[in-house]
Design a protein around this ligand. Sequence first.
Ligand code: ASP
Ligand code: MG
Length: 412
Amino acid sequence: MALVVQKYGGSSVGGAERILRVARRVAETRAAGHDVVVVASAIGDTTDELLDLANRVSRAPGPPRELDMLLSSGERVANALLAIALTDLGLPACSLSGPQAGVFTTGDHGRARIVDVLPTRVRQELDRGQVVLVAGFQGLSKDTDDVTTLGRGGSDTTAVALACALRADVCEIYTDVDGVCSADPRIVPTARLLERVSYAEMLELAANGAKVLMPRSVEYARRHGVALHVRSSFTTDPGTLVAGDPEESTVEKPAVTAIAHDRGAALVTVAGLPGHVAGVLRVLADTEVEVDMPVRGGADLSFTVPRAMAEAAVSALRAHRADLGFTSVTADAGIGKISVVGAGVKAGVAATFCAVLADHGVAIDLLTTSELRISALCREVDLDRAVRALHEAFELGSSDPAVVYAGSGRGW
Ligand code: ASP
Ligand code: MG
């Protein structure tokens, strides 16, 4: 008998029929003799809808504590409904909120980090023979005793943290595509399912726009050696195993593993900056804006920030214009980021990357490379074309492509 943690994403529990399908899958796992802990996300687009409502009752929704009370409710609804469905199938089940399940976090509302998992209650309920359903994406602040949320996509991290704390035998992440693919199958119809991806490559993909896993969940899994099985909740196929080092998984494999794209960034340009960049970066750090791809060209400094933070970044910098001494600061939200990821990425790959994009009329800016990745910015309108062109040029396609089963199209 094994202990299996199964995480189901929002589209896998999108509506009564899908909740019943998930309940039947959980029942099958139980019938095979395993203990099951389920972590479900909020149904469909609930989190976006709740945010939308908040924006309709306030121009600047807050306090942050209340936003987290609001958003954490979505996961409780989904998990309670699953418990109800399982009970109806004759399986004893018990749903728990994140705090009840012993998920403790920092006090940073909206982006709390898990600091401890004490799953005593989860164990007790398992020992009583129950299927335990834990509301993902939330925890309890050790500092303030308030409910917190972990940031968008946070249920993945809940599942990994629980799997680790419970020493689960398997951690399955169920989604609405076949697994981790060579590109977003919603954009590239020939995208190939990857059977195995190293933590390091998965982290690069997730951090650069592949929404199939939250980057922090991959970090957590790598740090604690939790192997992740990313699978479709619509089939019984094994999906993708995320584990191990790049070397292991790239023997005899091509240079590029997959293409990621990101529509979530804005390009900020600080023009006429006389002094060091440190002052600018300090202001942004104090405003808690994450900066990526910084490039200094002459008297200008350009970098990307999360699009949702672009306004905050620009106003914080404007407030310090006198002491920093720059001429102007602007934000461009019409950009996209395209990345190729793979253990074999090197100079020759960068040359091909640039040539392919040029051949397809995609103008690029801010090219950066790391050991496993080459990224560039382009216009957002060119992004899909860029993904398809690179996918074809690096011959990543399959004649038996991955399938998209559901989802809002918010991202792969
Ligand atoms: N419901 C949350 C979100 O939409 C958390 C999750 O789905 O993992 O971001
Ligand atoms: Mg997700």
